[in-house]
Write a protein that binds this ligand. Structure first.
Ligand SMILES: O=C(O)c1ccccc1NCC(=O)[C@H](O)[C@H](O)COP(=O)(O)O
Length: 242
């Protein structure tokens, strides 16, 4: 684990476009244009990671697989691929893009035996997204309840899960700030690195997340704040560099 907070600018793709949702809800999209243009802009600005999401695959409304493969192939930086990775076929396609790791969501809740198998097979290439409301997990593009956070966390820890991407669904895409207490609580419950996701609105939010690095927060995904130009990626990287 590094001492500096890693930043993962997000490109969430729906129907071929980069979009942002409010609270992860289908139908709340604001479009921000070409995914490849956004990804290349973050790379040029100094990003070391991209968090790239196929929202159609997550919601079961289609697939942007070819587009995500093209975007990943055009980048030199590390890519975390998310959305609708739920079985051997979708996992193989995701890993074949050359991404650095994938983020499993629904599958971790609905197919625990498969997830245990792929964690054993792929190790550090598998992260699990813990998308929560209170301490209840949400699956299937965040439309169904999926069990209790700390029960699932204990199970995944025992199976050797390498890392968690933790999202407070009610903060996601709202620019209302990260749920720092949730991040602290998850870090206290696991010795695995945690990637924070959802709600970042300001450089102070990123500085606040960065104070949790000693507790186990490794990185932060940033979406809407960058698209709405609350700050630039260069400013964000500078803010967490010390
Ligand atoms: O990551 C997923 O698989 C996913 C599935 C369904 C709905 C949303 C999903 N991800 C959203 C994100 O990862 C956001 O880009 C990220 O939380 C950034 O949020 P914000 O900074 O609040 O815009």
């Amino acid at each position: 684990m590094t001492n500096r907070l890693e930043l993962l600018p997000a490109v969430d793709v729906r129907d071929g476009q980069a979009v942002r949702l409010v609270k992860g809800a289908s139908g709340t999209e604001t479009s921000f244009g070409e995914p490849l243009a956004a990804a290349l802009a973050w790379q040029s600005a100094g990003a070391e990671w991209l968090h790239l999401v196929d929202l159609d695959a997550a919601f079961g409304t289609g697939s942007n697989r070819e587009l995500l493969r093209e975007v990943t192939g055009r980048l030199d930086i590390k890519v975390e691929l998310s959305g609708g990775i739920r079985d051997d076929e979708s996992l193989a396609a995701a890993l074949a893009t050359g991404c650095t790791r994938v983020n499993l969501g629904t599958a971790a809740l609905e197919s625990p035996e498969w997830v245990a198998k792929v964690i054993a097979e792929h190790g550090d290439q598998i992260a699990v997204g813990l998308d929560v409301v209170g301490t209840t997990l949400r699956g299937r593009g965040w439309t169904r309840d999926g069990g209790q956070l700390y029960d699932v966390l204990a199970r995944l820890d025992a199976e050797g899960c390498a890392r968690y991407v933790v999202t407070d669904v009610n903060r996601d895409g709202t620019l209302t700030g990260p749920n720092l207490q949730l991040l602290r609580d998850v870090c206290a419950a696991t010795d695995r690195p945690v990637v924070a996701s959802g709600g970042v609105s300001s450089l102070d939010d990123l500085r606040a997340i960065a104070t949790l690095v000693p507790e186990g927060v490794e990185g932060s995904i940033v979406g809407k704040a960058l698209y709405e130009q609350k700050f630039t990626l260069e400013e964000a990287l500078e803010a967490v560099s010390r």
